[in-house]
Design a protein around this ligand. Structure first.
Ligand code: APR
Length: 238
């Protein structure tokens, strides 16, 4: 990475399941991943939830229990440090719902929701999800039995899209960490950032579906290559 690029004023970082792999949380599309164990249409669509809410609650209850005891790895910590050392200049957008960015001390825009969030399908109310959710759960705002995980399913609109679009239009550096680039709109962020003139870098264990759209690539486990990348940026900004 050349020096002027790593002194970027505004940095947008997109993370995917790969950043949490070394914290013991499974990814979706790697060998034996979540989508090899469960059908997306059964556990990650509104239709699947309507068909069998208990199956969906059980799927997220298991992931919520795993995330509750998972700890951030060096990649999460490095991003939190970058954000802390340069307040307002580092926008973290995550597809992950595991809460590890927050456990590391960072703030992130959760475009696919959060495992520790519950949502009322009747009144739209939100609250902190209990560790175990079930179809008999009642909304604390309207008392109706219409609770669901606050997770964005396939076919639903991700959160924060307008805010994310604004950041992509005005950033100097865009990085994607640990994402396969197979799910839009997140997979299209690199083109939006590049179109706005940002330098783009992909940090991943292997190639992704959008690798050819990135100007720079760093290959390796996130817990090693993300701290190295952050050190370079901090040094260039010092
Ligand atoms: N370090 C860096 N990258 C890694 C590591 C690691 N230790 N382990 C895996 N990866 C990379 C893989 O190479 C892959 O590119 O992480 C990526 C994981 O890809 P996916 O499992 O498809 O996860 P993600 O891209 O986050 O999925 C996007 O799809 O199902 C939906 O809503 C779900 O948010 C999810 C979205």
């Amino acid at each position: 990475m050349s020096a002027q690029r790593s002194t970027a004023e505004k940095i947008v970082i997109l993370t995917g399941a790969g950043i949490s792999a070394e914290s013991g949380l499974g990814t979706f599309r790697d060998e034996g991943g979540l989508w090899a164990q469960h059908r997306i249409e059964d556990v990650a669509t509104p239709e699947g939830f309507a068909r069998n809410p208990k199956l969906v609650h059980d799927f997220y209850n298991a992931r919520r229990a795993q995330a509750a005891v998972a700890t951030p790895n060096a990649a999460h910590s490095a991003l939190a440090r970058l954000q802390r050392d340069h307040p307002g200049e580092v926008i973290l957008v995550t597809q992950n719902v595991d809460g590890l960015h927050e456990k590391a001390g960072a703030t992130a825009l959760h475009m696919h929701g959060v495992l520790d969030g519950a949502l009322c399908a009747a009144c739209g109310g939100r609250w902190t999800a209990p560790l175990v959710m079930s179809p008999s759960g009642v909304c604390p705002h309207c008392d109706r039995p219409a609770t669901r995980p606050d997770i964005v399913w396939f076919g639903e609109m991700p959160y924060f899209m307008d805010e994310i679009a604004e950041h992509l239009e005005t950033c100097d550096l865009f990085a994607a960490i640990g994402t396969s680039g197979q799910v839009y709109p997140a997979a299209g962020f690199v083109q939006e950032a590049a179109y706005a003139g940002a330098h783009t870098v992909e940090l991943n264990l292997s190639d992704s579906d959008t690798s050819r759209s990135f100007a720079e690539h760093r290959v390796g486990p996130a817990s090693r290559i993300v701290p190295q990348w952050v050190e370079e940026i901090l040094a260039a900004k010092a």
